[in-house]
Design a protein around this ligand. Structure first.
Ligand SMILES: CC(=O)SCCNC(=O)CCNC(=O)[C@H](O)C(C)(C)COP(=O)(O)OP(=O)(O)OC[C@H]1O[C@@H](n2cnc3c(N)ncnc32)[C@H](O)[C@@H]1OP(=O)(O)O
Length: 417
């Protein structure tokens, strides 16, 4: 890395002040191409950014680097909501790239997160190649699909007929939708407990994001007058030589039980004058995949989702539970956060865990990245061993640990940040 960025108290990252906002945010927008955001979106981000947890790098009056850290609570295997810094708004002016500005912000930020006592840092990456060097690794994946609903049939569970669906104005039923969302958060690792204001993200409906489709539509699923699910989507009407060829673009769907989920997906498959349903960023184990008549005509794709970085190995590994008993000594390498490096004994089961430093002989050797990848139960330590990224010291240890670390429910991040 070039080192001509003059690190020091005048030029290193400093905490964001209210009157920095416009220059700070403009640097971020420019680094992503410079297309201005609608004012509603800009104002929402202004209200969500936590100024005292955000950093800027300045050259005189000019902002050349930005980074923030939301104070999230992340569901981990076992259902606990663990404090996690949501690393966000990272940018470096293209005039100042590859001089260590990002590295200086990541250094300061991880030191801050540690001092705040938060055991995890998480992010979604604009490019997968950026964050590995700072100890982050993809821990969740998501599924996208373009489903040929003209040909693919969906069989839904019994009980779907007992669910009533009705159109609603998205903002008017926001409270009911949020109650459904809140009940789902503890059930799936990777989900984020809502902080005030974040519910508005799902209602943003800028014209430029529609790509020829309708404004946001919402259908509420109810049983006995109670909301049990919702879907938010758009419809892009199209007509070809053979007639209608419209697309349903799913933005969000959530349900409290399989019957409600089935009713909503059946609705999405069946909207008149449409032949395609596109879905993005869905859980990799979502039920519809096992209900369709032809998965190949759903054109599924996988993508990396949430990146996890263990900031405090002991606290992070104790915060989750293990679906099968584990008792393993981990030899951890962590160049960027050396306080994590060394030998840790993890003993845990479905009720809880203890993770403490030890001098016992190691069973596995791995870097902080592999621990981050495996942390939410979505990436197998045995698979990482097969890939040469976890070293098996005691025979069988990666497979044993993989069973304990695994999650019956695939981890999933429901929205970007
Ligand atoms: C969580 C989020 O907010 S994700 C959003 C990230 N932001 C963006 O993608 C906006 C556009 N890009 C940028 O603003 C910048 O190019 C950044 C932030 C990605 C990188 O900032 P820089 O200040 O140039 O990074 P820095 O100089 O500290 O680089 C450190 C190392 O990472 C490497 N690196 C940095 N960016 C990348 C990249 N995109 N791909 C591969 N390697 C990279 C550098 O080469 C350097 O490697 P070295 O130590 O071996 O020499």
């Amino acid at each position: 890395m070039a080192t001509d960025f003059p690190a020091g108290p005048e030029t290193g990252p400093r905490v964001l002040r209210a009157d920095d906002w416009d220059r700070w945010y403009d640097n971020l927008i420019r680094a992503f191409g410079g297309v201005p955001e609608p004012s509603e979106e800009r104002e929402l981000w202004n209200s969500l950014v936590e100024f005292d947890r955000s950093l800027g790098v300045w050259e005189g009056d000019a902002c050349v680097g930005t980074a923030g850290a939301f104070s999230f609570r992340l569901t981990v295997p076992g259902g606990a909501a663990v404090p996690a810094a949501g690393v966000t708004t990272v940018s470096v002016a293209a005039t100042h790239r590859r001089r260590g500005v990002l590295t200086s912000m990541m250094r300061r930020q991880l030191d801050d997160i540690r001092s705040w006592g938060e055991p995890l840092a998480v992010l979604t990456a604009s490019e997968p190649a950026i964050y590995g060097r700072f100890g982050y690794a993809a821990a969740t994946h998501s599924l996208s699909a373009e489903i040929d609903t003209g040909r693919v049939r969906l069989s839904v569970p019994a009980g779907a007929d007992g669910v009533r669906l009705r159109y609603a104005v998205p903002a008017e039923v926001l409270g009911a939708c949020e109650e459904v969302y809140a009940r789902l958060v503890p059930a799936r690792p990777g989900m984020l407990a809502r902080r005030p204001g974040w519910e508005r993200l799902g209602l943003l409906d800028p014209e430029r994001g529609r790509d020829g489709a309708s404004p946001l539509q919402c259908v509420l699923a109810e049983r006995g007058g109670e909301a049990v699910g919702y879907a938010r989507f758009r419809v892009r009407p199209e007509w070809g030589v053979a007639g209608h060829d419209g697309t349903v673009v799913l933005e969000d769907v959530a349900a409290l039980d399989p019957a409600a989920e089935g009713a909503l997906w059946r609705f999405l498959f069946d909207i008149d004058l449409t032949t395609t349903l596109t879905v993005r960023g869905r859980p990799v184990d979502e039920a519809w995949q096992y209900q369709v008549s032809d998965i190949r005509r759903c054109r599924t794709r996988l993508r990396d989702g949430l990146y996890v970085r263990l900031v405090d190995v002991g606290a992070a590994l104790e915060a989750r539970t293990y679906q099968a008993p584990v008792d393993v000594v981990l030899e951890v390498a962590d160049d960027f956060c050396p306080w994590n490096a060394g030998r840790w004994r993890l003993s845990g089961d479905a009720k809880g865990a203890v993770c403490a430093r030890t001098r016992d002989a190691p069973d596995l050797a791995l870097s902080i990245r592999e621990l981050g990848a495996a942390y939410l139960g979505g990436v197998s330590l045995a698979a990482l061993a097969a890939a040469g990224r976890v070293r098996e010291i005691r025979a069988g240890a990666p497979a044993e640990a993989a069973v304990g670390f695994g999650s019956a429910v695939a981890p999933w991040l429901p929205h970007g940040f």
